[in-house]
Design a protein around this ligand. Structure first.
Ligand code: PLP
Length: 704
């Protein structure tokens, strides 16, 4: 493996051979200055005009202007300078111009820096305001609608360089039009060229900067689109080049190279179609999933550029991943190239509200639209090689083979559930509603992981419960780390105090950074327990991750204390579906048939849904004995005992199709039903289980 596989095209791309040839020609045979009046100069002028015409066609400039410059950073400066000069003139004329410079939270740093710089230099005195994005990185249109009337300028990129998220420009335009906003609108279109259709003249966009080196032209060449009628102030004054709009002798080699790239784009013979690019990305995603158990994509595929994949792997730092990839000659990056030198977490992912570990460990893999089959084959092979290397090299410990952290474990017996609320960091746990028959299993589980047991408690009182709890405490022996009080529910003595979402004060058991808080119902006839991270002595409704209740409907009595994604863990569930969410009762579950895939359907389903994840819900030892590989995809293992922990994570990220499998199809059906009831519609299961699936085909089970 000696050659590079370059997967960092959003940072910069290699230069197209035709562009190199065009640049060489511009420096050799066609070296004239396009401003010269003689024939040598005229030849250069023809080259310049030809490139500009091509650019106009490719971005749909219509009656607007296209000015060549050094790249997007310059284009952004020019756009901001132009808009703010016009704002200043309007301010001087006593016009109302708005007081905000509004920019998307995930813009390239050049945008807020340019806004702050020119606002200061020109003394326009406007306030910079971030336009937030949602969890997918899309601009919050509700906030835009609210602020648009106050905006003097709005900056929203076409597609994000770190995540590939494609902005909904039509909706942004509508929000500006509906609010009759007079704001100047800049759309940084750097990552869109060659990857998204552009028809700028048909939009309200005033300024659109582009950069050559993001699409196979050399660095140092770019262009700026300016809408017909939009104000313009030259950044550089001098010899009147570019019609007086950008002085300085033109970078003819760069312009010739960019012209060659645009010619290739126009001819349609060099770059792949959108459908081909999507297929390439799907293949790369599939090989990443195969190689990196625990991988999560940081942007939903359907909302992002087909050439960008941004992912994190739980338990692995971005640095470790980059090191492995780099050692294998696979060039990827952690977020944007501009911030690669800094070890800071990605501000783009932070703005999307992703968990800290995802922001800190994100890896971006991006390719250009000139990629071909051979390149993608080689990239997939190299990714697989990295996966093997990480495993054999010990970077991926076997424990990582379980996606997600362990914070709640369920043990079931004849329709009843015992719950273990765990905190891995502090190795402490609380046992909730122990079932007598499960005593030995609970004890061996707690002992093998060396957890301190901070409480053995129940959601209901009763003498039988009392004796079960006492028997379990005896079995646990030294692991017990609390003293009883004679409380009928087993609540330990000396617990702390915590304030709940409705401002009531209650008792709470500390579990590392989390707390397990007590809630009484019907004059203390039954109890529930809420688990989540407490801040300042309070457990806010939004932070409650799990609620342990006596019945699946238990959440209905305390909706003010929970949030929509709280996982409700009942000790008894009439539907026997393990866990649920507070809003589940209002949802219609699909029929069992609708969520079942018969063995004959499975291949087609996996082919059509390359982002589908196979989840083996058998116990870990069954899974290790023979990991199912179906349609080239290895199943990950989420035993039913860990479904609640995993469900919390699935509900928190984008919805990918999940296909549950088990031996006979019973456990997998419960898992699929559980997810549907919790509102996760993309869940299926393999009817008849692996037993049926493998009876009529050759696909085998690989040994670990
Ligand atoms: N905007 C975006 C979205 C980018 O990705 C980049 C490049 O990193 C820029 C602006 C700056 O472009 P240039 O390098 O041409 O100045």
């Amino acid at each position: 493996m000696t050659y590079d596989i370059y997967l960092d095209a959003n940072a910069t791309s290699p230069v197209l051979p035709a562009a190199i040839a065009a640049a060489a020609d511009a420096m050799d045979g066609c070296y004239g200055n396009p401003s010269s009046g003689h024939a040598t100069g005229l030849r250069a002028k023809v080259l310049l005009d030809g490139a500009r015409e091509r650019a106009r066609r490719m971005i749909g400039a219509g009656t607007g202007r296209v000015i060549f410059n050094s790249g997007a950073t310059e284009g952004i400066q020019t756009a901001v300078l132009s808009a703010l000069c016009a704002v200043r003139e309007r301010q001087a004329a006593g016009e109302t111009v708005g007081d905000l410079l509004l920019y998307g939270a995930t813009e390239h740093k050049a945008v807020p820096e340019a806004l702050a710089h020119w606002n200061r230099l020109l003394g326009t005195g406007l306030t910079l305001r971030v336009l937030p994005v949602d969890g997918e990185g899309r601009h919050r249109l509700d906030v835009l609608r609210q602020l648009a009337p106050r905006a003097a300028m709005v900056c929203t990129m076409a597609a994000n360089n770190e995540t590939g998220t494609i902005s909904d420009l039509a909706a942004i335009e509508k929000a500006l039009l509906v609010g009759a906003s007079k704001a100047y609108w800049m759309v940084d279109s750097v990552q869109a060229l060659g990857k998204l259709p552009l028809a700028l003249d048909a939009t309200r966009i005033d300024y659109a900067p582009f950069s050559g080196h993001k699409l196979y032209a050399p660095k140092g060449i770019g262009m700026l689109y300016v809408r017909d009628g939009a104000p313009y102030t030259a950044l550089m004054a001098g010899g009147g080049q570019e019609g007086g709009q950008r002085a300085g002798t033109e970078n003819m080699a760069g312009i010739a190279a960019l012209g060659a790239v645009l010619a290739a784009l126009e001819a349609g013979d060099t770059f792949r179609t959108l459908a081909q690019l999507h297929a390439y990305r799907d293949r790369l995603v599939a090989s990443l999933r195969e190689a990196l158990p625990g991988i999560v994509l940081n942007t939903p595929l359907q909302a992002s550029l087909p050439t960008t994949i941004n992912f994190s792997v739980e338990g692995l730092s971005g640095r470790d991943l980059l090191d492995v990839f780099d050692a294998a000659g696979l060039r990827v990056s952690a977020g944007s190239a501009c911030s690669a030198a800094k070890a800071a977490p990605s501000y783009v992912l932070e703005a999307m509200g992703l968990a800290d570990w995802r922001c800190a460990s994100a890896v971006r893999l991006s390719f250009g639209p000139a990629a071909d089959d051979a390149f993608i084959d080689a990239a997939c092979e190299r990714i697989a090689h990295c996966g093997r290397a990480m495993f054999t090299g010990g970077l991926v410990p076997p424990a990582l083979r379980h996606e997600g952290q362990e914070d709640v474990v369920r043990l079931g017996h004849e329709g009843a559930s015992t719950w273990l609320a765990l905190d891995e960091a502090s190795r402490s746990c609380v046992v909730i509603d122990p079932v007598a028959a499960l005593g030995e299993r609970i004890a061996s589980m707690v002992r093998s992981r060396d957890y301190r047991v901070r409480g053995i408690i129940g959601t209901s009182s009763g003498s039988d419960q009392l004796s079960v709890r006492a028997a379990l405490a005896a079995l646990l022996g030294e692991q017990v780390d609390f003293t009883g009080t004679g409380d009928p529910f087993g609540w330990p003595a000396g617990s702390g105090s915590v304030r709940l979402g409705d401002e009531t004060q209650t008792d709470g058991i500390a579990l590392g950074g989390q707390v397990l808080a007590r809630v009484s119902h019907d004059g203390d006839a039954t109890r529930s327990y809420l688990m989540g991270a407490s801040t300042g002595g309070a457990l806010q409704a939004g932070d409650v991750r799990f609620a342990f209740t006596s019945a699946a409907s238990g959440a209905q009595q305390m909706t003010a204390l929970l949030n929509g994604d709280t996982i409700v863990c009942p000790s008894h569930d009439s539907a026997n579906l393990i866990c649920t969410t507070p809003t589940a009762a209002t949802r219609l579950a699909p029929s069992l048939d609708a969520m079942e895939l018969r063995p004959a359907d499975l291949d087609r389903f996996l082919r059509e849904r390359p982002d589908a994840i196979l989840v083996d819900v058998r116990d870990p030892w069954e899974h290790e004995a023979g990991r199912p590989v179906i349609h080239g995809r290895t199943a990950s293992n989420v035993p039913l005992s860990r479904l609640p922990s995993q469900l919390a994570q699935w509900l928190g990220v984008e919805s990918r199709p999940l296909v549950f499998i088990c031996r006979l199809g019973t456990r997998s059906q419960r898992a699929a039903q559980c997810l549907h009831r919790a509102g996760y519609a993309q869940a299926w299961h393999l009817g008849g289980g692996l037993a049926l699936h493998f009876s009529d085909r050759k696909t085998d089970l690989s040994r670990p």
